[in-house]
Write a protein that binds this ligand. Structure first.
Ligand code: ADP
Ligand code: MG
Length: 784
């Protein structure tokens, strides 16, 4: 099957190649004229696929005339896969940046836009600047989807400016930027604040990094702080009283922790409650879960750092600081409590989205990377994209040596350093890879001890990193880096290095197979010589965290033998590879669960955004407002079976007015007459408000803001509820049989309630708000 797909790609390649001579013969003007021609063909009903050969041949020739680079056949093949909405596996250094020019141009011809997403701003800007001349020469517009001048970073970008970015035919940006812009775009209170147009086509560069490694942390836009609970502190104290195994247990992978029956009783004593799992004690239970995770799963230096009195979450696989990670679930605060630093304010989530659902909004999604084949099943299941391997232009002659396995970290590192010295003496450039920021510093110290000059990259400064990585291929260069550091930057070999054997990648830690391949691939690009070797110890975090009981026993037996040799047993190698498989399987299933939950959220989010857009676009809101008011009043009245005059007064003072109320003496306490009375009351109050406003347009704006705010407030509550629900409904949690089902059922019930709450909230917003006009007669609404 795979063979067949590649064959199909080659067929199309031939049609592109057949046009090469024709394109070469064209004058510059004629070549530029192809854009108009192709657009006309599209307009006349030809499909994207039909015009592909001509479009690709055009870009190819333009790439050559403007940049002096003529895309190789393998690049055109990659480009064809990208247009299919699939993933092209192309090794590092094969020229993915240039490859993307073809599908971006082709898919932008329809006028609906095309985007390329890179792992960071630096790469997006680099690629955009390199390729802008080609696109502009061909008559297309191009932009970066973010502000380039870093000096103005803190200034808010005006919607009009963003609109201009996103209106460009081709946009280079990051998935993070896009996710946040999408969320803010949908939080706007009127159309002028919006800037996105419907998503059309996207290429995700380094697609595995974005879709697999980062897929589990949703992007979150936070809003007003909510009340801080002192349960963090209590739960933290409680956790200090617990004993491992007796009160709580961890799963083998140390990714989950839960209370034992004994621990549950302990909690009930500590918090003086009868039943920890009673709905009334949900918050207590949640805080205990958080404190347990903060103490027994999150590790300082690996999962987070404490610096300057602040807790910063780290992305474990690459040592980078995590951006936009949810502070709403409270894990952050639980860690702060554990580390005894000041608690950050809890924020309400105003909007959130994960990558899978963000990309679900595009007509066509494609990706490229050097290391995706091993995860092709997941890409297909989750994203319906196929992975197609593109052959390298030249044969890969890099030598990947088998792992060397040691018992202890010390042995492993000293052996790795020994090889480093040996290769360094030959003058070969070396990339030493550390598994965490902490370890990169230890390695750096060891090198200093040996008097070897080197650079350390720990993924804090992306631009500086790229500069250093560029030079990592020079003779005698030694570069220490964490996994992700400098990804996307090509390491070109310096003078005389080919003769010496090229770049040597030396890994110093057990890492997931995909990450290993990615790292090895930094050497031996474009047919260069090179090598890779990984040094592993049984103390490595990855192993310690993921190994089975049996493995641990085996490890202890080895320890007794006090061996410091390279461990070669077949059994050990098998165990390690099984361990790797198991971890990938676990990660896959946790991504799957998040995806499942996100799917429920996505349906709700779409529904909500649709409602919002309706409200935003409706020219007259009087009727809708009347309906919301009437429904809101009914909902309030349905809270009680029978009403006394006092009850009515209390209700009104909470939700309708702060003034003293004189109820009419003859008011009947039936729901019909109460409803009638309240509706009239609201009507009169709104009429008074209207008199303060300049015109009916302003009145409309007041209605709009009140209803939108009501919707948003209830949506925020809903999302806070969902993320708490996610914490509570976990597969390892107590006796729940099917957590996914429970989550989705509860999520749906809550969503239905949400719209009711929104209507009640709308009553409050319309009635209790105060309005005023500023000196330019602009409307200002204060909600209470
Ligand atoms: P990748 O992203 O696949 O790792 P890059 O896009 O960074 O690779 O390209 C690697 C290098 O190869 C760059 O310096 C680029 O300019 C060069 N390159 C790419 N395609 C061509 C080509 N067709 N002809 C000449 N040089 C090329
Ligand atoms: Mg690249």
């Amino acid at each position: 099957m795979a063979q067949f797909r590649l064959l199909k790609v080659k067929k199309i390649l031939k049609r592109v190649n057949d046009l090469a001579a024709e394109m070469r013969a064209l004058s510059d003007e004629e070549l530029q004229g192809q854009t108009t021609l192709l657009k006309e063909q599209l307009a006349a009903g030809k499909t994207i696929d039909e015009i592909l050969p001509r479009a690709y041949a055009t870009v190819r020739e333009a790439d050559y005339r403007i940049l002096g680079m003529f895309p190789y056949d393998v690049q055109v093949m990659g480009a064809i896969v990208l247009n299919q909405g699939n993933i092209a596996e192309m090794k590092t250094g094969e020229g993915k940046t240039l490859t993307a020019t073809m599908p971006l141009y082709l898919n932008a011809l329809s006028g609906q836009g095309a985007m390329l997403l890179t792992p960071n701003d630096y790469l997006a800007q680099r690629d955009e600047e390199q390729l802008r001349p080609v696109y502009e020469w061909l008559g297309l517009t191009v932009s970066t989807g973010f502000r380039k001048e870093k000096s103005q970073e803190n200034q808010k970008v005006k919607p009009a400016v963003k609109r201009k970015w996103y209106e460009a035919d081709i946009v280079y940006t990051t998935a993070t930027n896009l996710a946040f812009d999408y969320l803010f775009n949908n939080l706007a209170t009127n159309k002028d604040e919006q800037y996105l147009r419907p998503f059309n086509y996207v290429i995700i560069d380094e697609v595995d990094a974005i879709l697999l490694d980062e897929a589990t942390s949703p992007f979150v836009v936070s809003s007003t702080p909510i009340l801080q609970s002192n349960l963090y502190h209590l739960a933290d104290e409680f956790v200090h009283t617990l004993h491992s195994k007796v009160d709580y247990k961890l799963n083998q992978e140390q990714t989950a922790v839960w209370l034992t029956l004994h621990g549950i009783r302990q909690a009930q004593r500590f918090f003086r409650i009868d039943d920890l799992f009673n709905d009334a004690n949900r918050e207590i239970y949640r805080h205990i879960v958080l404190a347990l995770r903060a103490h027994f799963i999150m590790r300082n230096g690996h999962d987070y750092l404490v610096s300057e009195g602040k807790v910063v979450l780290l992305d474990e696989t690459n040592g980078r600081l995590k951006k936009g990670v949810k502070v709403s679930t409270g894990l952050h605060q639980a860690i702060e409590e554990k580390e005894k630093v000041k608690l950050t304010q809890n924020q309400r989530v105003a909007a959130s989205i994960t990558f899978p659902s963000l990309f679900g909004l595009f007509n066509k999604v494609s990706g490229m990377s050097g290391t995706v084949k091993s995860d092709e099943q997941e890409f297909f299941q989750v994203y319906k994209m196929r992975v197609i391997q593109i052959p390298t232009r030249k044969e890969v002659i890099r030598h990947d040596y088998p792992d060397k396995i040691y018992l202890t970290t010390r042995q492993k590192l000293s052996e790795a350093i020994r090889e480093t010295i040996q290769l360094h003496n030959q003058g070969r450039p070396i990339l030493l890879v550390a598994g965490s920021v902490e370890n990169s510093e230890i390695i750096s110290e060891l090198l200093l001890d040996q008097g070897i000059p080197h650079n350390v990259l720990n993924a804090f400064n992306i631009v500086r990193e790229a500069m250093i990585v560029k030079d990592a291929g020079q003779k005698g260069a030694v570069t220490v880096a964490t996994n992700m550091a400098g990804r996307g930057t090509d390491i070109k070999l310096g003078k005389g290095v080919v003769e010496l054997g090229g770049l040597a990648v030396i890994g110093t830690e057990m890492l997931p197979e995909r990450v290993k391949k990615q790292l090895a691939g930094r050497a031996g690009r474009q047919g260069d010589p090179g090598s890779s070797r990984f040094y592993i110890s049984l103390e490595d975090a990855y192993i310690a965290k993921n190994s089975t009981k049996r493995f641990k026993k085996y490890y202890r037996r080895l320890q007794k033998k006090l061996t410091n040799k390279n461990l070669k047993s077949l059994r050990l190698q098998m165990s390690l590879s099984m361990l790797d498989d198991r971890v990938s399987a676990n990660q896959r299933s946790s991504r799957k669960m998040i995806n499942d939950n996100e799917r429920a959220l996505k349906i709700q989010r779409n529904h909500l955004y649709m409602k919002r857009t309706q409200l935003m676009e409706m020219p007259h809101l009087e009727k809708t407002t009347g309906r919301w008011l009437s429904d809101g009043i009914s909902l309030y009245l349905s809270q009680k079976n029978s009403w006394s005059r006092d009850d009515v007064r209390r209700l009104m003072n909470q939700h309708f007015t702060y003034e003293v109320i004189e109820l009419p003496a003859d008011l009947k306490m039936t729901s019909d007459s109460l409803k009638n009375y309240l509706e009239n009351f609201c009507q009169r109050k709104l009429e008074t408000k209207a008199k303060m406003l300049v015109n009916s347009q302003q009145l409309n704006q007041f209605y709009r803001v009140s209803l939108l705010a009501a919707l948003d407030q209830s949506w925020m509550d809903q999302m806070a509820y969902l993320s708490k629900l996610e914490m509570i409904v976990q597969p390892w949690g107590s006796a729940q049989r099917d957590p996914k089902f429970i989550y989705q059922k509860k999520a749906l019930i809550a969503f239905e309630k949400m719209f009711k709450k929104a209507k009640q909230q709308a009553v409050d917003n319309l009635m209790l708000s105060t309005i005023s006009l500023d000196k330019d007669n602009n409307l200002i609404v204060h909600f209470n």
